[in-house]
Design a protein. Sequence first.
Length: 109
Amino acid sequence: MRAPKSEKRDAAFRRAIRQIPRGKVATYGQVAAAAGYPLYHRHVAQLLHRCGNSLPWQRVVGAGGQIKLKYEAGLEQRTRLELEGVRFRGRRVDMAEHQHRFRTWEFED
DNA sequence: ATCCTGACCCAAG
DNA sequence: GCTTGGGCCAGGA
């Protein structure tokens, strides 16, 4: 039996991402930290790239509310967020308004 | 084992 | 606002 760490991490990341409610967003770093892996922001991105279609991927943004996707993908993310009621200030999400705060007790597995 | 890359982050200039 | 450079971690060649 092998239990790759990546599998456990992915599960933790998915839980964190799924817990972001409609109309709110979180950054890659915040998702990683909330899942219990503070330095793994890049892996959150990797996971979303692989299987974002099964998650509310549009609610994960870059630091400061920046959308990190390019061209069409970026427009799609912005559109999907706006449909959820998220407001933008220029190119960034209005974080003061839409920042999701993770519950601290999510650290248990 | 090394080198490169990534839906990243942050401090500097 | 911008670009640069350093840092972080894992996976692929």
